[in-house]
Design a protein around this ligand. Structure first.
Ligand SMILES: C[S@@+](CC[C@H](N)C(=O)[O-])C[C@H]1O[C@@H](n2cnc3c(N)ncnc32)[C@H](O)[C@@H]1O
Length: 165
């Protein structure tokens, strides 16, 4: 498979997993978290498929095109390991969907960061909520959700947050 084809498939997997998760949490009230704004591509998709949701964005230096920029009061700017802690004071345990897209080409570094992010993110997530991730995030309080049929296992990841209300 060419690099181009692999990129296209990853983008399709990302879109299909976000669409699937948005449908699954449709009946649950609460905000959505976008970890990794980048140029705002997936943020723009999330706001189009969930126009009535508050979407909070986390990035240390994401530079989206102006028309994809989230409102200032919906951005946590800085290192995610710190801003997730600050976000708890604002949001509590209310988030119903997170898209985690902070991976890099350095797989080992990405996995280590995801391991440190998981418990901080878990504090913000309402029981039964979903985490859609570009990186595997094995965490003891989360169960693996089967992917949409269009997505090859290992290309994207979806977890359900367990726990008592
Ligand atoms: C792959 S890009 C996100 C792409 C974006 N979802 C999109 O579709 O356009 C990853 C983003 O994560 C941010 N990032 C990486 N490590 C971070 C960290 N430790 N804390 C906060 N943001 C981080 C980078 O600044 C970058 O904007």
């Amino acid at each position: 498979m060419s690099k181009l084809e692999s990129f296209i498939r990853r983008m399709m997997a990302q879109r299909d997993c976000l669409n699937f998760a948005a449908q699954r949490i449709e009946a649950m009230p609460g905000p959505v978290l976008e970890l990794g704004l980048g140029n705002g591509r997936t943020y723009d998709h999330l706001r189009q498929i969930m126009p009535d949701r508050d979407i909070y964005v986390f990035d240390r230096n994401g530079r989206p095109f102006a028309s994809f920029a989230p409102p200032d009061n919906r951005i946590f700017r800085g290192e995610v390991l710190e801003t997730l802690i600050q976000a708890y004071d604002v949001l509590g345990k209310t988030a119903v969907l997170t898209h985690y897209d902070i991976g890099t080409t350095n797989t080992e570094k990405s996995s280590k960061l995801a391991e440190r992010v998981s418990p901080l993110l878990n504090r913000l997530m309402y029981p039964g909520s979903l985490v859609v991730s570009s990186v595997a995030m094995p965490f003891s309080h989360w169960s693996v959700v089967p992917l949409p049929a269009s997505v090859k296992p290992g290309r994207y990841f979806i977890y359900r947050v367990d726990g008592l209300r």
